[in-house]
Design a protein around this ligand. Structure first.
Ligand code: SF4
Length: 209
């Protein structure tokens, strides 16, 4: 008998989406283990390794269990980098359950999925992203790290349609990073770049996961 397809999962939990345009909405998170990058500023390094092998039905039943604590319309696949594993079967099953699906990705990998929302977050040093995301991204999230410059934001603004917001997200809400974000926003507006916004990690302010 064929073995069911499994995914390595770091954690499944109910919380509030703290980042980006969906900020503040109740969301069920599936954090997948592993990442193909190793960013210094990563705030989920614990998800690079470990985790549990779960098949699609096990993941969905955990999601249903979590949703009893906080019912939510949305499931967010995050990591680590969720797309280093094949999540097609999981996304199909979540759609059958009537869930809306968000994928948070560093954008170095692409899978043709039926999902509602891609949060695209290219990373230093080269801020590479797969070309499909030019059309698919609902938002672009740039961590205000030491490496982020006006030139990078200009490049992203040229690559993604102007209607797609570029969010400057401070590194773990740190003061220096918030200040740098405001400085970059001023430079963006001075040079005429449109639809650039500063943001915050709301879940950290609320002491949530
Ligand atoms: S891409 Fe994201 S999950 Fe991966 S190391 Fe960088 S910040 Fe962490």
């Amino acid at each position: 008998m064929p073995q069911p397809h499994t995914l390595k999962i770091s954690e499944i939990f109910a919380s509030v989406q703290g980042e980006g345009l969906r900020q503040g909405e109740a969301t069920l998170f599936v954090r997948l283990t592993g990442c193909n990058l190793k960013c210094d500023f990563c705030d989920t390094k614990y998800a690079w390794k470990g985790g549990e092998n779960l098949d699609t039905e096990q993941i969905c039943s955990r999601i249903e269990k979590e949703s009893r604590q906080m019912p939510a319309d949305w499931v967010c696949l995050t990591g680590g980098e969720p797309l280093i594993q094949d999540v097609r079967e999981l996304t199909e099953r979540l759609k059958e359950m009537g869930m809306k699906i968000q994928v948070e990705t560093n954008a170095t990998l692409y899978q043709d999925l039926s999902v509602d929302w891609y949060t695209v977050s290219p990373k230093p040093p080269d801020y590479f992203f797969q070309p499909e995301y030019r059309e698919k991204a609902k938002e672009v999230k740039l961590v205000v790290s030491k490496e982020l410059t006006l030139e990078v934001i200009q490049r992203m603004r040229n690559e993604f349609p102007e209607k797609i917001p570029i969010l400057l997200q401070p590194e773990s809400n740190r003061k220096w990073s918030r200040e740098k974000g405001i400085m970059l926003l001023k430079e963006c507006t001075t040079t005429g770049l449109k639809n650039i916004r500063i943001s915050l990690q709301l879940h950290k302010i609320y002491n949530m996961k």
